[in-house]
Structures are given as structure tokens and as C-alpha cells.
Design a protein around this ligand. Structure first.
Ligand SMILES: Cc1ncc(COP(=O)(O)O)c(C=O)c1O
Ligand SMILES: N[C@@H](CCCC[NH3+])C(=O)O
Length: 439
């Protein structure tokens, strides 16, 4: 297993993260448990910010909280001076609970409800990233009713195909997200918003997809958007002062994944924006980005306890862990590859391969196929790396399995930031048969 961030094998031959022995974490918090390397998350956040500073651009780096949201994570984002991307009432309320400054919150979503729009207006979110005509109508009537002003970006689909899994590709024309650039939907949206006295149209947004290893897609999206700017200025007197190029910066999950450094993504984006602005004879707009995965993804490791095993001679050796698709649905959903190691016997030679099964009643509940490991036995601790993004965030209660706790580690200290879900939590909303209770 590749050792990310502060992960290392200590003198006791065990996996250590943030200066904390993972076997000790398991003693204190049980398994499964998500462990986050705080130093690595800080390094990533600061890496993006520094690259923008060096490029001399006005910017916002918004942490895409869909990747992993809990109060402590949002507080860390605040401490780092990041902005925040939220996509639901729940993510917004998590930001509120964390005390995150609402003027740095950007509200996304392709089907924001009236209640969510009202909540965002009540809380005073900094910017709505408006996705569709239905939302425009809701936002216009709600701001008119309240006589409240809001800042808006238009989410566009610039017609760029990101080279990634089709389920996480979003910038192509045939997408459920945003206003399509080619067919004139963006023009129509600008026309509807530009003279609305409650709406300040800051600029445009595009997010081409996720887990992207090259900058060409970002460059192309920026060029496509800029090619419309002169016309928008002439026809609508609309000159974008903010250009949000979304998130999607990749991480290394497994061998063969070759992500760029934050600065490499930012440099190409910044260069393109500068060049295009100069060519268009306009002021360089403020550039916003929305990294999620690349802030939390490889900072997260899940620790499991190994339980049952099944050897099929000449076919495969299966071992099962005490979690699976309920805490990490990505292998089942996207055929995502992960790496792992025995956290309690990290130095032992890996001379066999085992396939790691989850405990759900589902054949597709496999975490890793053919993982090199030493001879394993029940009670060993398996660490699976890179589970920090879209792991806890997509965790579910299939088979009524409870969600694991989350522990942040840094400088030799472990802090519980999300408690393990209890059976009581799980049953909280259940009512008996023929309950007369109404919502
Ligand atoms: C609009 C938007 N912004 C940001 C992100 C974050 O993406 P990632 O976690 O790949 O950086 C996503 C998810 O793909 C998204 O849909
Ligand atoms: N959930 C996806 C990423 C979706 C990004 C949100 N637009 C993943 O796990 O890779």
C-alpha cells in the first residue's frame, strides 16, 4: 500500500498515521473506523491557496463538502481560510453548526427545493450557483418577496468531456447539470437575470468531472467560456467578474493513478485565464475552484477487523471485513480500485493474495480484489487507504449496518470527530405498526 501524507510504518511494525499507532486507534474506537490525516488536508488546502497567491490572481478555494462533511471538517476548512461548496439543506446546516461564515458558502444543486432556497436566504449564503430555469423562477420570486439581494453564478455545461468514469463526468453537453452553452441556454439564463434588481450576476461556473489527472479539460472549458464573453458584454452588458472552474482534481488511489500537484492544476488554469483575458481585452476575473476529493481523499484511511475467510482451491482466497459497501460504496458503484495492508503486521512479507469482501448480503460487496497480504487470520486489522472522500459521505445503512466513527489524527493526537452510529440512532425514526403519529 502506498503510504500517503504522514502515514508510515513504526518501530513496532504497525501502520501509524499523524503520529498515532493505528492499532491503538482500534483499541480506543473499534472497527470499522475512518482515520483522517489532518496535516495532509492542511497541506492540500494551503497548496491550492499558495498557487493562486503565486499566480497573482484573486481567488477563492472552496472545499466541496460533498466529499466529506461533518462539523469538525467544516471547522478545519474555516481555519484554513477556505470557502465552502454545499449542495443541500443538510450540508448548509452542517456549515451553520460549525460556525462557518455564511458569506463564504456557495450553494450548488440541480434541484434546490424552495425550502432549501429559503434556508439559504435566511442564512445569508454568499452565492447561489444557479443550475436551471426552474431554480431561476424560484429564486426570483423568493428574493422579490423578501426584497433580498443575492449573488449568483450560472452553472454551465461547456461541452467538454473529462477523461474519467462516465458516472462522475459532468461537463459534457448531455448532462443533468447546468445550462448548456452550445444551445443558447446560458444566454437565455443571462437574459432572465441580468436586469433583476435583486440578483447580482457575478459570473459563470463549470465543473467538468471528478478524479481528473490532466489540465487540458479545464483549459478547454475556460477557452469555450471566454469565447462567449465578448458577445455577452455586447448583447447583455454582462462581463463575468468571477469564473468558477469547479473541482475534480485527482488523487492516487492505486498504482497507475498519476495526479498532478495542486500547483500544477492551478498554474495551467491561471495561465489560461490570464491569456484569455488579455486576448479579450478584459480585466482578469476572480477565479474560484472547488476541490473536494483532493483535500480529503487520500487523507482518509479505513481500519477494519478481518473476520471470516473462504478459500476456493485454485480459484481465490476471500476474507471478509466488518464493513464494506455500507462505509465505502465506490468499488461497487464505480469499480474503484483501492490499496490496503495489514495495519498490525505492516512489515511482514506479502506472499499471498486475498480478495477483501464486505459483510453485506450482496455479491458486489467487494472492497479489493486480489490484494497482496501476508497470511491473514481473524482479528488482523486491515487498513484501506484513500477512503477520505465519498466514503463516509456516501455511507449508508444497508442491512441496517451502523455508520463507523471518524477520528482525526495530528501530531501524535487522536480526536473523535464523529461518533459511531448506535442502534438507538438507527431506530430513532422508526414507529410501531399502525402508529397514529403524523409528521
Ligand atoms: C459542482 C461540483 N464542484 C465540485 C465538486 C468536487 O469534485 P472533486 O471532489 O472531484 O474535487 C463536484 C463533484 O464532482 C461538483 O459536482
Ligand atoms: N461520488 C463520486 C464523485 C461525485 C462527485 C460529485 N459531483 C465519487 O465517489 O467518486
Amino acid at each position: 500500500m502506498y503510504l500517503h501524507g504522514t502515514s508510515k510504518i513504526n518501530e513496532a511494525g504497525r501502520l501509524e498515521i499523524g503520529g498515532v499507532d493505528t492499532v491503538e486507534i482500534v483499541k480506543d474506537y473499534g472497527t470499522p473506523v475512518y482515520v483522517y490525516d489532518v496535516a495532509l488536508m492542511k497541506e492540500r488546502g494551503k497548496g491550492y491557496q499558495k498557487a493562486f497567491e503565486d499566480a497573482g490572481l484573486s481567488y477563492q478555494v472552496a472545499y466541496a463538502s460533498k466529499a466529506f462533511s461533518c462539523v469538525a471538517m467544516i471547522q478545519l476548512a474555516d481555519e484554513l481560510g477556505l470557502s465552502l461548496d454545499v449542495v443541500s439543506g443538510g450540508e448548509m446546516m452542517t456549515a451553520k453548526q460549525a460556525g462557518f461564515p455564511m458569506d463564504r458558502v456557495h450553494f450548488h444543486g440541480n434541484n434546490k427545493s424552495l425550502e432549501e432556497i429559503a434556508l439559504a436566504l435566511d442564512l445569508g449564503v454568499g452565492c447561489f450557483v444557479v443550475d436551471n430555469f426552474h431554480e431561476i423562477k424560484l429564486l426570483q420570486s423568493e428574493t422579490e418577496k423578501r426584497k433580498q439581494k443575492v449573488k449568483v453564478l450560472l452553472r454551465t455545461t461547456p461541452g467538454v468531456e473529462a477523461h474519467t468514469h462516465e458516472y462522475i463526468s459532468t461537463g459534457q453537453e448531455d448532462s443533468k447539470f447546468g445550462f448548456d452553452l452550445q444551445s443558447g441556454q446560458v444566454d437565455k439564463a443571462i437574459n432572465m437575470l441580468i436586469d433583476d434588481s435583486h440578483i447580482q450576476l457575478l459570473g459563470v461556473h463549470s465543473h467538468i468531472g471528478s478524479q481528473i489527472f490532466e489540465t487540458s479539460g479545464f483549459v478547454m472549458a475556460i477557452e469555450k467560456l471566454f469565447s462567449e464573453f465578448a458577445r455577452w458584454k455586447k448583447e447583455y452588458s454582462f462581463e463575468p467578474t468571477v469564473l468558477n472552474v469547479g473541482g475534480g482534481f485527482g488523487i492516487r488511489y492505486a498504482e497507475g493513478d498519476e495526479p498532478l500537484e495542486p500547483a500544477e492544476y492551478v498554474n495551467d488554469i491561471a495561465d489560461t485565464v490570464k491569456k484569455q483575458s488579455e486576448a479579450a481585452g478584459m480585466d482578469v476575473p476572480e477565479v474560484w475552484i472547488e476541490p473536494g476529493r483532493s483535500i480529503t481523499g487520500d487523507a482518509g484511511t479505513t481500519l477494519y477487523t478481518i473476520g471470516s475467510a473462504k478459500d476456493i482451491d485454485g480459484v481465490r482466497r476471500y476474507v471478509a471485513v466488518d464493513g464494506g459497501m455500507t462505509d465505502n460504496i465506490r468499488p461497487a458503484l464505480y469499480q474503484s480500485k483501492y490499496e490496503g495492508m495489514l495495519a498490525n503486521r505492516a512489515n511482514e512479507p506479502t506472499n499471498d493474495t486475498f480478495s477483501i469482501a464486505g459483510k453485506c448480503c450482496e455479491s458486489g460487496d467487494m472492497l479489493i480484489w486480489d490484494l497482496p497480504l501476508p497470511e491473514v487470520k481473524a482479528g488482523d486489522i486491515l487498513a484501506v487507504s484513500c477512503t477520505g472522500a465519498y466514503g463516509y459521505a456516501m455511507a449508508n445503512n444497508y442491512n441496517r449496518i451502523t455508520k463507523p466513527p471518524v477520528v482525526f489524527v495530528e501530531d501524535g493526537e487522536a480526536n473523535l470527530v464523529v461518533k459511531r452510529e448506535s442502534f438507538e440512532d438507527l431506530l430513532r425514526n422508526d414507529l410501531p405498526l399502525r402508529s397514529k403519529e403524523r409528521i
